[in-house]
Design a protein around this ligand. Sequence first.
Ligand SMILES: Nc1ncnc2c1ncn2[C@@H]1O[C@H](COP(=O)(O)OP(=O)(O)OP(=O)(O)O)[C@@H](O)[C@H]1O
Ligand SMILES: [Mg+2]
Length: 321
Amino acid sequence: MLQVNHLCTSFFTDKGEVRAVDDVSLEVPAGKIVGIVGESGCGKSMTARSVMGLVRAPGKIKSGEILLDGRDIVRLSEHERCAIRGSEISMIFQEPMTSLNPVVRVGHQVEEALLLHEHVKKQEAEARAVEIFEAVGIPDAKKRLRSYPHQLSGGLRQRVLIAMAMICRPKLLIADEPTTALDVTVEAQILRLMKKLCGSGTSILLISHNLGVIAQVCDYVYVMYAGRIVEQADTFTLFDNPCHPYTKGLLDSVSSLRSGAQVLDTIPGVVPNLLHLPAGCSFSMRCGCCMEKCADLLPELHETEPGHRVRCHLFDKEEPA
Ligand SMILES: Nc1ncnc2c1ncn2[C@@H]1O[C@H](COP(=O)(O)OP(=O)(O)OP(=O)(O)O)[C@@H](O)[C@H]1O
Ligand SMILES: [Mg+2]
């Protein structure tokens, strides 16, 4: 369904080039949920915005292909992109407060996509809006269509955004931290809804920093660090046999919480400034397994077993550690 090949997206700032997405390749098969996980600032949202064609200056897609059903959408005109945005690909944005128009009733905002892309009559649009509101668990759906965003709680607003993204039954839904602002019960409901949606043929690219969310719904996972994919595998393999020290660190911080540890066993340090990345592995400064070559030589994504790739010198084929 979606195939991203060697995508590079950078911001050209006064201080230099910020490589927000650096040589990212990923695949979302039809009817599957694929997760991107990683710490804040590692390029998850920029990868999503690149696929949507919504990278704003000073950002720019420098190179790479984004194939939707085999068609390279990087090379489409803005007019052609507009036609697929909302109907073929849609996105739930990370910032629920800024994605709704405060002075337009939410029902109208949800119906707008249908009126624009499917040219249905107003009455049918309203019926479909009620249906999708019920599906995402908005109580009193008919009445809620007439609400303004400020009259809804944060959780309800987020569900309106999900309804908006789903109403045209897109082939690909990109969900950027769709449940981060919600409590666990609502989160579980939304995740179930995504599963159901994907059962009916929609492919989903789910972005989250929460490994629990990823484990619950994703078929495949990509771990991102400082703009690059550092590990990828099917979900079971990734959780069963994580290889990259960064992935292990992420998992350890979850399991230490589970076992009731008082101190969170997090990874020391912070994500490096993307303006000043080391020539080698960008995780080397924080890595407990750092070797001499790690700071200078960028590791390739090696396949350690079919479908499982790791960007780490520990897995170099010629020189196993
Ligand atoms: N307008 C901008 N100008 C310069 N750099 C930017 C700009 N917007 C984003 N970036 C850079 O792009 C990098 C990736 O940002 P992105 O929003 O994709 O991170 P993220 O993984 O989605 O993080 P979060 O989990 O906080 O949402 C950031 O580290 C930031 O430095
Ligand atoms: Mg983000």
